[in-house]
Design a protein around this ligand. Structure first.
Ligand SMILES: Nc1ncnc2c1ncn2[C@@H]1O[C@H](COP(=O)(O)OP(=O)(O)O)[C@@H](O)[C@H]1O
Ligand SMILES: [Mg+2]
Length: 349
């Protein structure tokens, strides 16, 4: 006997979910192979949506859209229970080249210093970790290693079997040249020493399995950036700028430098927007350079105060203001990486 068309079945649930699109990936949840473990008990149904990043900004929307689609197609459905999990794709080049179980490496750069690159890197790392991802934060700014301060850290734990163990704060593993040498010592270092030191930071540190390794690059577009890009496969690069014209033209150079190194540009962040520096410069540059605009962070004394105090603002409860802006920036970065990975490998798992 054929099942009546309004009855519940796995096929009917999938038929409904085929009408639900992932707004970033522009495909439906079934074609994306995101739907797992459909269970039907009487009139009730439960299933899991497996996303490509734990930091997916769209969980609430996907939940609502899925429910609406199912109720639209199967009016007498009972309870709908939707769970979420994530299976991130690995940038395979990292395992091939470094033999490290790190899925993605994201560089945060800027055309010049003082624009908030380290602040963005630290908050990005903490926000991703808060969403459930395994995150490392590597301070590659040899001449101005601010990450320990921003993360409220003074020193590393003791090494294990001659390998460096990273420090840990706010759920993020942290490594910085600042833990190993003083700034004045590093100032006299030349290219080869810097190259060697950077290499150690990646390969002689016990990172373990990571979803994201965020790298705070030195400012500018010189040797140190080149070194990092030569040493490790960078999954993507984020460029931080302030809104003023001069900073923006440096940001353009930053974007160009990533492109020259074949590092996919995830987008531009405009930091310190507001009355003092104006706003819109970063967004305009993104448009001109045809790269995504990842978000605008307001100039906010809370950011500098909390930076000095070693507590990243994304740890604040508030959903709006600068903490909200930093958190939404992190979600945009995660979404951009997912999109990039789909463009590169199709959706075969
Ligand atoms: N949006 C912001 N509002 C207020 N102060 C900020 C903001 N972003 C960064 N700062 C402050 O500006 C200074 C430089 O930021 P930092 O992240 O160290 O820049 P960079 O790494 O680019 O040199 C720090 O004192 C930091 O606290
Ligand atoms: Mg810095």
């Amino acid at each position: 006997m054929p099942t009546p068309s309004n009855a519940m079945s796995e096929e009917r649930i999938k038929e409904a979910l085929r009408t639900v699109q992932d707004p970033d990936l522009h495909k439906d949840l079934v074609s994306l192979d995101f739907i797992r473990d459909i269970r039907i008990t009487g009139k009730d149904v439960s299933f899991t949506i497996t996303l490509t990043t734990p930091a997916c900004p769209l969980k609430d929307k996907l939940r609502q859209d899925s429910e609406n689609a199912i109720r639209g197609l199967i009016p007498d459905v009972g309870q709908i229970q939707i769970g979420f999990d994530a299976r991130m794709r690995a940038d395979r080049r990292i395992m091939e080249k470094l033999k490290l179980p790190i899925k993605t490496i994201v560089a945060v750069g800027s055309g010049k210093g003082g624009v908030g690159k380290s602040t963005v890197a630290a908050n990005l790392a903490v926000a991703l970790a808060q969403s459930g991802a395994a995150v490392g934060l590597l301070d590659a700014d040899i001449y101005g290693p601010n990450i320990p301060t921003l993360m409220g850290l003074q020193q590393l734990p003791p090494p294990q079997k001659e390998k460096i163990v990273p420090a840990r704060a706010y759920g993020v593993l942290v490594m910085s040249m600042g833990f190993l040498v003083s700034e004045t010592e590093a100032l006299v270092w030349r290219g080869p020493m810097i190259h060697g030191a950077l290499q150690q930071l990646f390969t002689e540190v016990v990172w373990g399995e990571l979803d994201y390794l965020i790298v705070d690059l030195p400012p500018g577009t010189g040797d140190a950036q080149l070194s990092v890009a030569q040493l490790v496969p960078l999954t993507g690069g984020v460029v931080v700028t302030t809104p003023q014209l001069l900073a923006v033209s440096d940001a353009r150079r930053g974007v160009t430098a990533f492109k020259k190194l074949n590092v996919p540009v995830l987008g531009i962040v405009e930091n310190m927007a507001g009355e003092v520096f104006g706003e819109g410069g970063g967004e305009k540059a993104a448009e001109e350079m045809q790269v995504p605009f990842l978000g605008r962070i307001p100039m906010d004394p809370v950011i500098s105060r909390m930076g000095d105090a070693g507590r990243p603002p994304v740890t604040l409860e508030s959903v709006d203001g600068s903490a909200g802006a930093l958190r939404s920036l992190a979600r945009n970065v995660a979404a951009r990486i997912s999109v990039l990975q789909f463009q590169e490998n199709g959706n075969g798992r």
